[in-house]
Design a protein around this ligand. Structure first.
Ligand code: MG
Length: 367
């Protein structure tokens, strides 16, 4: 099988409500998603998506994906999309680094592989471990009462895992944490995601106010070294998210015992091929994962749910689904969100059917 054509689409994803990241320093109103189709000489088409979480979250931006695909497309045309490791080797040779640019192309090739094999992606990624994937209730930052209302609203919808954005103001953060911990139900889990907003001294002060509760803290500080300092002087499990940009950074986080869990974001680490390698390493070394996209509509989120459901439940925490924050439907047939859980069909590949009227005209075509 050979790749004959790559088409690139741009879709705006306006969020239903503005989303405030930790510390209130970042406000998001819209995401800019890039969706790609890869066509082959055997009539099979695969779909993928890449969507950074705004421009300030990571060293990644939407225009970069589209510019990068222009560089990568000539290296992929004529190649067999089912040879995923080779496809990734070609992309890494043609354009070293820039992992986030490659994810949509990698996902589209996995979709082709699944359709060619007549198997759902989760089978090819390791096999289905459970009927569903637990989803996160994503809580934007605000006053303690505003955040409590979002937690309770998520609880009423069936969510049992809450991921709460805090950071920057130590006094207010302590108030937020203790308000939410007091309301936490025995069967629930809560993560306080700082998104790098604290310095180590602030993280140590805040985390050491907690005695008998069992929250996770996510990405307390900017760098791995700062987070490692926090690890040495605190007791709660730490999840690293923004720091985990590649297999190498995962290796360092594990070797230095900085994190007990990671955010495995498909888009950030370069797609399903590289995320699967990291997933396997985490399973082998006892690290828990939130397997999810960086930002996405149904196409990207469905890819992440396939990898999550093919991962032992013992090593999963919960997946964030960006599609819950916006109403733009780019595809049918993907994962279904219900009662705080995601389920998948057993259709081949991603199992999605893109809505061409939403994608509009391709902004670039390579053939
Ligand atoms: Mg995070």
């Amino acid at each position: 099988m050979k790749i004959t054509r790559i088409a690139v689409y741009q879709v705006d994803l306006p969020l239903d409500k503005p989303y405030w990241l930790s510390g209130g320093r970042l406000k998001f109103e819209k995401l800019d998603s890039t969706i790609v189709s890869i066509e082959t000489d055997q009539g099979i088409t695969g779909w993928g998506e890449g969507c950074p979480w705004g421009v300030t979250y990571l060293p990644a931006f939407a225009g970069g994906i589209r510019a990068g695909i222009a560089e990568l497309a000539p290296a992929l045309l004529g190649q067999d999309p089912c040879h995923l490791d080779q496809i990734n080797h070609s992309m890494d040779t043609a354009l070293p680094g820039h992992l986030y640019i490659k994810s949509a192309l990698d996902i589209a090739c996995w979709d082709i592989l699944g359709k060619a094999a007549n198997l759902p992606l989760y089978t090819l990624l390791g096999g289905r471990y459970s009927s569903h994937v637990v989803l996160q209730n994503s809580v934007s930052t605000g006053t303690p009462d505003e955040m409590l209302a979002i937690v309770r609203s998520g609880r009423a919808k069936g969510y049992t895992v809450h991921t709460v954005k805090i950071g920057a103001d130590v006094g207010l953060d302590i108030e937020r944490i203790h308000t939410l911990l007091a309301d936490l139900q025995p069967h629930e889990s809560i993560t306080f995601d700082v998104n790098r907003a604290w310095l180590p001294d602030q993280a140590i002060m805040v985390m050491n106010t907690i005695n008998n509760a069992r929250p996770y803290f996510e990405q307390p500080c900017e760098t791995l070294e700062e987070c490692r300092t926090v690890r040495q002087f605190t007791r709660q499990p730490i999840i690293l998210d923004e720091c985990i940009q590649s297999f190498e950074s995962l290796l360092l986080a594990q070797r230095t015992q900085t994190a007990q869990g990671i955010g495995l974001k498909i888009g950030r680490v370069g797609g399903l091929t590289k995320a699967k390698r990291m997933r396997d390493f985490c399973v082998s070394t006892g690290m828990r994962m939130n397997i999810e996209e960086t930002g996405a509509s149904q196409i990207g989120d469905t890819a992440a749910i396939h990898l999550a459901i093919a991962t032992p439940e013992t090593h999963r925490h919960a997946s964030w689904d960006c599609s819950a924050l916006h109403s733009v439907v780019t595809a049918d047939g993907g994962y279904i969100r219900e009662d705080g859980k995601a389920t998948l069909s057993d259709k081949p590949g991603l199992g999605i059917e893109p809505r061409l009227e939403i994608l509009g005209q391709a902004v670039a075509v390579y053939s």
